[in-house]
Design a protein around this ligand. Sequence first.
Ligand code: NDP
Ligand code: 8X3
Length: 250
Amino acid sequence: MKTIMITGATSGFGEATARLFAKNGWKLILTGRRKARLEHLQDELGGVSNVHICCFDIGHRQAVEQAIYSLPDTFSKIDLLLNNAGLALGLEPADETNLDDWDQMVNTNIKGLMYCTRTVLPIMKQLGQGYIINIGSVAGNWPYPGGNVYCASKAFVRQFSLAIRADLLGSGIRVTNIEPGNAETEFSDVRFNQDKQRADKVYQNTVALTAQDIAETIYWLANTPAHMNVTIMEIMPTQQATGPLAIYRE
Ligand code: NDP
Ligand code: 8X3
């Protein structure tokens, strides 16, 4: 029985992935800050023998280490780490943004992902195999107004994924960066501080990706042969594309 550790399993991509992998017989380590949601998922997806939950803020290094070092024996062999927890806060131009929001995006999207990776890698190295799937974003490739630190944090995720692959050559450990475009989850509720009307507009009159689309992609990747590494995977809705470069005119 294989084990997947999913950061940010309480909603969106992480929750859909937890459901899909549970359905296919995997054991789950689920993390997030919302304890009630984690407990609900544990009950629903197989109870304590199949689902281990860890409630912590991923930006706190000691909390990450404590959670991983204290895994029960039956969950300690992690086959797949899904570094998914992340968020965007605000869409203001760089000179107007809230520095606390910038700190939180860096702490979660960059530092949290670093801490989980660094803590889990020795386990995989010892096993001589493993798979790290990072959730980047199109925002890491295609900057947009108001994206500032969010875009930069996802560019970090892309380059970090590529760089650790270089370190891991010969280890049997695979690394993929998935870069989704517009997907309907709680992402925009969080970005716009629970302003539902503003969040809903992001998905109005278009067909966005779903959390299930991304979960199925992750499941497909997990089942590719061990000799094959999909390095980068950018996925947009059909109804999304890049725009032209902007020109300011007097
Ligand atoms: P959701 O808001 O639905 O899910 C985000 C998850 O991250 C939640 O489970 C949340 O759990 C967790 N999380 C956020 N901050 C922390 C923290 N400090 N500590 C621990 N967990 C945290 O959004 P998505 O499912 O859409 O987002 C998942 C990932 O996908 C993110 O990295 C996002 O940047 C990325 N992404 C999203 C896209 C989209 O359009 N939706 C497109 C491209 C990438 P909790 O609140 O319980 O802590
Ligand atoms: C989420 C997609 O375009 O809103 O990463 O930044 S976008």
